[in-house]
Design a protein around this ligand. Structure first.
Ligand code: GRF
Length: 209
């Protein structure tokens, strides 16, 4: 792999890579990951769940699996740059405190600053609901439908300093069907995401450095 894109060690079932999952909402992806880790020999293990808001439903999934969870909302600061920096410093501190080796974004709706990305480069991974580079950003399904696309999918990629622009690790196509709404398409794509993300993470965590 490219420089800066290698996990510091190889995970195994006996000694899995310690994962933190960052979420913003319902956390169906987190739930699929926790279920997978519970019922399969896995090279990764979730040790921390962080949400950027206290109302993120996914926090409950962590609690149900006895994984430490925490909500770290944006601090109240007028200077927006300062606000993002303080917020990410807080997240970084938690990741260090829990000896986290890999940060897994799963429906985390904030763009991370280059400052944070550089600290975790190669150890920061995301799933995006489109076939990147098509339809980056927060409205992938809306944009795919508006474009009249016949297929979309999901992309698992390393996070770099851009938006949904890091090195692609895995993609899977999903058809767009006549009569699709954003919700129908989102459900179809999520089903695939839930199947593939835990498995791709398994491969990623066991790669030779
Ligand atoms: C997923 O579709 C993921 O690709 C996108 O956000 C969604 C998360 O959904 N980044 P959930 O919160 O895991 O249900």
């Amino acid at each position: 792999m490219d420089d800066g894109y290698v996990l510091p060690r190889r995970g195994s079932v006996k000694d899995p890579i310690r994962i933190a999952v960052l979420i913003s909402g319902g956390g169906s992806g987190l739930l699929s990951l926790l279920n997978y880790q519970q019922s399969n020999p896995s090279n990764h293990s979730t040790k921390l769940v962080i949400a950027d808001n206290v109302n993120a439903g996914g926090l409950r999934h962590g609690e149900n699996f006895n994984v430490p969870v925490t909500a770290i909302p944006l601090p109240v600061l007028i200077d927006k740059t300062q606000q993002r920096m303080v917020h990410e410093d807080h997240i970084h501190e938690m990741l260090i405190n829990y000896d986290i080796e890999l940060v897994v974004l799963s429906g985390y709706m904030r763009i991370l600053t280059p400052n944070f990305v550089r600290k975790w480069k190669g150890r920061l991974i995301n799933i995006h609901p489109s076939l990147l580079p098509n339809y980056p950003g927060a409205h992938a399904h809306r944009d795919a439908l508006a474009d009249g696309a016949e297929k979309t999918g999901c992309t698992i990629h390393l996070v770099d300093e851009g938006v949904d622009s890091g090195k692609i690790i895995f993609q899977q196509e999903v058809p767009i069907l006549a009569g699709d709404t954003i919700e129908k398409l989102q459900d179809r794509v999520k089903k695939v995401e839930h199947q593939v993300y835990p498995k791709v993470l398994d491969e990623f965590c066991s790669q030779e450095s």
